[in-house]
Design a protein around this ligand. Sequence first.
Ligand code: 1CP
Length: 351
Amino acid sequence: MPLPLDHPLITSLSADSQVIKAYQGIRTSYKPVWMMRQAGRSLPEYRSIRAGISMLDSCLRPEVAAEITLQPVRRHKVDAAIFFSDIVIPLRLAGVNVDIASGIGPVLEHPVRTRQDLENLRELDTDALLPITEAIKIVVAELGSIPLIGFGGAPFTLASYLIEGSPSKVLPVTRSLMRNDPQLWHDILSWVARTTSTFIRAQVMAGASALQLFDSWAGKLSLDEYVTFAAPHSKSVMTSLSDLPVPRVHFGTQTGSMLTQMRDVGATVMGIDSDTPLDVANNILGGTIPLQGNIDPERLSGSWEELKLHVADVIERGSLAPSHVLNLGHGVPPDTDPDVLTRMVAFIHGE
Ligand code: 1CP
């Protein structure tokens, strides 16, 4: 589908940005950087705008979501904005009773675990996404040539919240449903794939210049399980979005053993977590695809000298890939000193 004529990739505002060029495999001497979970979390201006507003409300109030998206760009001078929202927002907008509990994460009153639960789910109506597209229009008008990255949760990660009902490190209910009722599993994941895909498409059509699919928990599966139970649904998301002329980043954690399978669902850029050095990831992927990552978030609270050495090492290893967008290997920890992030971005830019 062609993008609207006022989309920043079409007006060329963001088309020549360093992040988009690097996502397209074009390497320049400039080193572009943005950080996962840069919107929110560690910034005092984020905590102040969020005071008295719940997480979900802040995502659904366009002015608030737009302002939070822009805060880290102003402060840290990063080369891209990530839209402030959450992977469970499309579930909520489709009528699922999900809330984001402060300090815990997404929680559901009635997890989806039976055929009847699935039949009660509605399709996500694009009209319901109006608060999202309104926020994006405000953001892109402010960003000018800096690209906005839209995102969504991959079906496996999103379904694990839907089925489990609350954040879990071991996903017992999810894994048992997957093994014991594969037909129901695939039907639930098909619904999730359509829902997350509708959410991402709306962000791109409203002005996002790239998209990132987060499969944060994919690494909890064995390679066989990933290929059988998760990859087909991630593929259906990526395929359904492949008519949009934007780069498609795919990211997961502890996924060193499944990088090629994750690429093969239709990614055009691979996000790498801190566990796999970029030169190793590049070898696994055959040197064929731009990489994003993978500064260890834990180093942000260590000494500046050691952080600089670590960042230089990441840049060195990333120089072997076709192109490289600097990022963290996972999200910004909430207790990070924001000045360290600003300083790190300046260091990457060679200032
Ligand atoms: O800065 C940004 O990256 C933009 C906004 C963003 C994104 C991309 C948020 C805001 N959430 C996400 C994606 C997201 N949400 C993921 C994938 C990325 C990742 O692995 O980090 C996941 C797994 C979630 C689910 C989620 N939402 C959790 C994790 C809970 C768990 O299972 O351990 C939590 C704590 C949330 C709430 C949330 N989402 C976003 C923020 C800023 C917060 C904290 C809310 C608060 O202030 O209380």
